[in-house]
Design a protein around this ligand. Structure first.
Ligand SMILES: Nc1ncnc2c1ncn2[C@@H]1O[C@H](COP(=O)(O)OP(=O)(O)O)[C@@H](O)[C@H]1O
Ligand SMILES: [Mg+2]
Length: 328
């Protein structure tokens, strides 16, 4: 028989984290930042009271929640880290109590794979939402979205090779740039953040991703990935004119840097000349553990490994920069 809890029961950090759907490390990190301190401490041990849990539940479930923010990860160059950052940034925010959806909008479906969903196993995908047959779309975004196995706050709308066919169909469709934006409208109230992992091209899928978003985040890994960025930013402007809302440049993020070389400094200077102050301070180092975690379908942010730290820093920066953008 389950033991009855009393109103006076206190909780350890592990128990409190479990109740709140967070990891113990996230709760400790929130405490260190000063937003979620327990009422009691015995030496270094944190003791959470029932009242603390209620207070934190409000904080975590976000009763004072702001509207959903949709962020597209775009860069027409492949291999720069769009998918890896989408997964780990979304994962980091989910462990911090935000409700997060990732839309895998690349027919290669790498993002779905990284989140343990194989495109040939999915019964319905984002391709069914956009429509790849002449009969048109057959599903809503909510219908194809599923929880992930890693965290209850992290959901995925998986992709499928059929999304390539959907992109072809889009060419002749009315309102072809707005399809994803319209599809997302039906789920915006269910999430704090929606991330769209765009494909490595500047075609209609990336345009749909930008039109659907409030802000774009652009991963870069070297001089070649910067080449197309001016064009990308120009396309973003066009998308903003088409859409019914502003599309901010949330920032450029430097990925896969080997810290021993001075190359990162050179690239950072080049990137800053394009992004100005919209360059993220977090630089993501090249780490084998990150690469292997994606291949093993176990995102680094859920492993507790130290290599996950940059993604948590990036998540903090995203939240900070967004509040600056919306208050300016
Ligand atoms: N910080 C990193 N350290 C090491 N490997 C990384 C890192 N970020 C991404 N990768 C690897 O680089 C490859 C390309 O990354 P990916 O996220 O798929 O890029 P994109 O989505 O832009 O094509 C993948 O194999 C991924 O695991
Ligand atoms: Mg990708």
């Amino acid at each position: 028989m389950a033991t009855k809890r009393h109103a006076t029961d206190n909780f350890t950090v592990t128990q409190a984290a479990h109740l709140l759907g967070l990891s113990a490390e996230t709760l400790r990190r929130m405490d260190r930042r000063g937003d979620a301190s327990p009422s009691l401490r015995h030496g270094t041990r944190r003791i959470y009271t029932q009242d603390d849990i209620s207070r934190l539940r409000d904080l975590v479930s976000g009763r004072k929640r702001k509207a959903c923010t949709t962020i597209a990860l775009v860069n027409q160059k492949g291999g720069v880290g769009k998918t890896t950052i989408s997964i780990n940034l979304a994962g980091a925010l989910a462990t911090q109590g935000h409700r997060v959806l990732i839309v895998d909008f690349d027919p290669q479906a790498n993002c779905s794979f990284g989140l343990d969903v194989l495109w040939n196993d999915v019964e319905a995908s984002i391709a069914d939402v956009i429509g790849y047959e002449t009969s048109g779309p057959s599903r809503t975004l909510g219908e194809v979205t599923r929880p992930t196995i890693y965290h209850p706050n992290l959901h995925l709308a998986p992709s499928h090779l059929n999304l390539a066919a959907a992109e072809m169909m889009l060419h002749n469709a009315l309102g072809r740039e707005m399809k994803l934006d319209k599809a997302i409208d039906s789920v915006r109230n269910d999430y704090d953040f929606i991330f769209i992992d765009a494909p490595p091209s500047l075609g209609l899928l990336s345009i749909n991703a930008m039109v659907a978003s409030d802000a774009v985040l652009i991963p870069i890994d070297g001089a070649f990935s910067l080449e197309g960025v001016r064009q990308l930013l120009h396309t973003r402007k066009g998308c903003a004119e088409l859409s019914r809302h502003p599309i901010h440049v949330l920032g450029g993020v430097l990925n896969r840097q080997r810290l021993i070389t001075s190359n990162a400094t050179v690239i950072l200077e080049m990137a800053s000349s394009i992004f100005g102050k919209r360059m993220f301070q977090t630089v993501i180092p090249e780490r084998t553990a990150v690469d292997s975690s994606t291949a093993a379908r176990f995102p680094i942010v859920f492993t507790g490994e130290t290599e996950a730290e940059p993604y948590f820093f990036l998540a903090d920066e995203v939240v900070r920069n967004l509040s600056e953008l919306t208050s300016s």
